[in-house]
Ligand binder design. Structure first.
Ligand SMILES: [Zn+2]
Length: 208
């Protein structure tokens, strides 16, 4: 079992993407994000990319088979270790991955729904300099970066899209916890701590 085959699981807005980038850099292994991979394959115009594009262009979800074909090809070129962020998303994907290349370690960020919603509510974007920050005072309008009174909230839209994504996560991805627990490779990390503390904990698990 390869310990440097790592899967990172976590709900939307849990900071999973940031942790994945840091960990991949630290371990010197490539990070697979299926969204990014899809874009690359479409840009290249590969067979699987064109297949995916036909679904996206007609407003449909890219099916598991296409995603798995793409991931399979990616794994062929990255057999020396990898980190997966946002894949597998479903039990079917996880079971197929098990046949392609076995993960050695699964790290799941645990953040309660209320905490995730709180993070989204505090998020502000500066319409002057473009920075994204978190405010403690919800009525704050002045950007700490550029000093302009230009902070805007997209919390309503963001919360709506979060609710859909969170429901998908609960229905499709949370069952993977039991699956990986039964394989003995699940590690749950408290994701409510600061990004630095979360990363230290992840590092301890990976090195342990
Ligand atoms: Zn600003």
């Amino acid at each position: 079992m390869k310990k440097n085959n790592v899967i990172l699981l976590g709900p939307p807005a849990s900071g999973k993407g940031t942790q994945a980038r840091r960990l991949a850099e630290k371990l010197g292994i490539p990070c697979l994000g299926t969204g990014k991979l899809l874009r690359l394959e479409i840009e290249k115009g590969s067979e699987v990319g064109l297949e995916a594009k036909s679904y996206i262009d007609s407003g449909r979800y890219v099916p598991d088979e296409t995603i798995l074909k793409m991931v399979g090809e990616w794994l062929d070129g990255n057999s020396e270790g990898w980190l997966m962020d946002g894949f597998p998303r479903t039990l079917k994907q996880a079971e197929t991955l098990q046949e392609l290349a076995r993960p050695g370690l699964v790290i799941a960020l645990d953040v309660p729904r209320e905490a995730l919603e709180g993070r989204i509510t505090k998020r502000r974007e500066c319409s002057s300099c473009g920075v994204t920050i978190a405010v403690n005072d919800l009525s704050e309008r002045v950007c700490p970066e550029c000093g302009e009174e230009a902070l805007v909230s997209r919390a309503d839209d963001a919360l709506e899209s979060f609710k859909v994504r969170y429901q998908n996560y609960e229905e499709l991805t949370v069952p993977l916890f039991d699956y990986y627990r039964s394989l003995g490779i699940l590690n749950v990390v408290d994701g409510t701590k600061s990004p630095g503390d979360v990363f230290s904990e992840i590092q301890t698990i990976v090195e342990g």
